[in-house]
Design a protein around this ligand. Structure first.
Ligand SMILES: [Zn+2]
Ligand SMILES: [Zn+2]
Length: 242
């Protein structure tokens, strides 16, 4: 009752607004209907392992794998993403990543928690934001993956790990092929606190999954350090036809 009263006062002073367009919404961290429908959410049939969305009307049972996962090329236990990386989600991603729009983190993390609806998260011990190199952290002043990882770790009731893995600085990978991205990311991560990793089921968190090379490289170093399993979740993912 008391809490409701204070919530009403807070809502009066700071009315809940859509973080993207400032339209009134019913609760904080929600998108308005127009912004919600503009985003291409991955809410249909998808690969049981990597979350790759299949075209509408694809006729199959629930546990189908995409060709990449069926050929054993995805090592992570599973990956899920909330939406497709396209012109609409770019309007979220670019300001969030490069222009300090950290107020987007709440609805993005909520969408990522929703994206975990069909996977078993009961064994996850640690949520780990994909580490940022110090030099990049210095320029940007925040790690966008950490902002997303905090509410996800809270929702799963597990700890967040910021410091077991260090990342070397390497120039940006934008617009490169999957093979170039894989080469560029190779060797950038080092596990510096293996005691915190050994035997743990780890959920990696990133804002966008492009080719999957970052998740894959982290998988390799974490498993080498004795992790029990590695999974991943991103807000959006690049979807190329496979
Ligand atoms: Zn809106
Ligand atoms: Zn797949």
């Amino acid at each position: 009752m008391c809490q409701n009263f204070f919530q009403k006062i807070l809502d009066f002073l700071y009315p809940p607004l859509c973080p993207l367009c400032d339209a009134c919404v019913s609760s904080h961290g929600e998108l308005c209907a127009d912004c919600w429908t503009a985003i291409n959410w991955i809410d249909g049939l998808h690969c049981a392992k990597c979350g790759y969305p299949f075209v509408a009307g694809f006729d199959s049972d629930k546990d189908i794998l995409c060709p990449v996962c069926a050929s054993g090329k995805n090592e992570l236990d599973w990956i899920r993403s909330a939406c497709v990386y396209d012109d609409a989600s770019k309007q979220v991603m670019l300001p969030f990543k490069h222009c300090g729009k950290i107020k987007y983190a709440r609805f993005m993390a909520n969408a990522m928690i929703w994206a975990l609806r069909d996977v078993d998260v009961s064994n996850i011990d640690i949520v780990m934001p994909v580490p940022l190199a110090w030099r990049r952290l210095f320029h940007r002043s925040y790690n966008q993956a950490s902002l997303l990882a905090q509410p996800i770790a809270r929702a799963l009731g597990v700890k967040i790990d910021y410091d077991s893995v260090r990342r070397k600085y390497r120039a940006d990978m934008g617009h490169k092929t999957a093979a170039q991205r894989a080469r560029n990311i190779k060797g950038v991560f080092t596990v510096i606190k293996p005691d915190k990793i050994r035997g743990k089921h780890i959920l990696l968190v990133d804002d966008v999954m492009t080719s999957g090379a970052t998740f894959s490289e982290l998988y390799k170093v974490l498993m080498r350090a004795g992790a029990a399993s590695v999974s991943g979740v991103s807000f959006c993912r690049v979807v190329r036809s496979i």
